[in-house]
Design a protein around this ligand. Structure first.
Ligand SMILES: [Zn+2]
Length: 275
């Protein structure tokens, strides 16, 4: 795991899998996101026991997406999450989802089950870890339930999927790109030293700036789709510096399609999608 000082750790995933973090305070430890695989969450908890005898107090879920929550069942600590995160997980058909996966992964997830947040909040919740304060704030944007986690005085922000670094962003039909940009601009105003993205390597404020540029450009492309087919836009603009060299290349086209679906659902420009 990547260490930020000697008391905050973040997973290093070379494949762009969702990040998980450990915040070690005087009074105990908080884990941020539990990854997709319970076996991986277990390994992170085992790693924790090799570096400290402090107790894992809580697991925080930044949002309901399964690559951030499914590992909850392998960690022996109550889950903290937004009220909406709990609602989404309650209504998600996990068994049908498992059935749609490749047999190898199905096997791996055979015993995986949801552990819902038992400590919930609406706008904001703060935890005092003695020498650190952990502030979890509901922001929306990527998903309606998306939250970010500030750690003070370390000046760290776990941004969940509001930030994808070195990978394309996952923009869903439920994403609100305008709000997403607005919240990133708010985060940028804070005196932060470290930005932990939902996917990709840990960095600094530059990653927030890149994400804002990415989303603003993404938004502007959607107006082009009135004139061009989606494949043309992907071919032409996929090579631009802010989009090129990011992993999860297929997400770019998928995200554009999702963005259009959402816009059409809202009843605007319903004639614009020509693909
Ligand atoms: Zn997500």
């Amino acid at each position: 795991m990547f260490s930020i000082g000697d008391s905050i750790f973040v997973t290093e995933n070379s494949n762009g899998a969702a990040n998980s973090g450990l915040i070690i305070g005087d009074k105990g430890v908080m884990m941020v996101d539990s990854t997709f695989f319970p076996s991986k969450a277990k390994r992170i908890a085992e790693f924790l026991s090799t570096i400290t005898s402090k107790v894992l107090l809580y697991v925080v879920n930044t949002h309901y997406h399964l690559d951030h929550t499914l590992g909850n069942c392998a960690v022996d600590a109550p889950v903290v999450g937004n009220v909406l995160t709990k609602e989404y997980l309650e209504n998600f058909d996990l068994e049908s989802f498992k059935f749609s996966l490749e047999p190898m992964i199905q096997k791996e997830l055979k015993n995986a089950k949801f552990v819902l947040p038992s400590v919930t909040f609406k706008n904001k919740i703060t935890f005092d870890l003695g020498n650190k304060s952990v502030e979890i704030v509901h922001v929306g944007g990527h998903t309606p339930d998306s939250c970010i986690v500030y750690v003070w005085p370390d000046a760290v922000c776990f941004c969940g999927d509001l930030v994808f670094s070195k990978y394309h962003a996952e923009i869903e039909t439920e994403s609100d790109v305008g709000k997403w940009i607005q919240k990133l601009k708010k985060i940028r105003e804070k005196p932060l030293k470290w930005i932990v993205p939902g996917h990709g390597p840990t960095g600094g404020i530059g990653d927030i700036n890149d994400m804002i540029t990415y989303l603003e450009k993404f938004k502007s492309l959607s107006s082009l789709l009135k004139l061009k087919r989606i494949e043309e836009v992907v071919d032409k603009f996929g090579e631009e510096p802010i989009f090129a060299d990011r992993g999860f290349a297929m997400l770019f086209e998928e995200s554009l399609m999702n963005y259009l679906k959402r816009r059409n659902k809202r009843g605007k420009h319903s004639d614009s999608y020509k693909a």
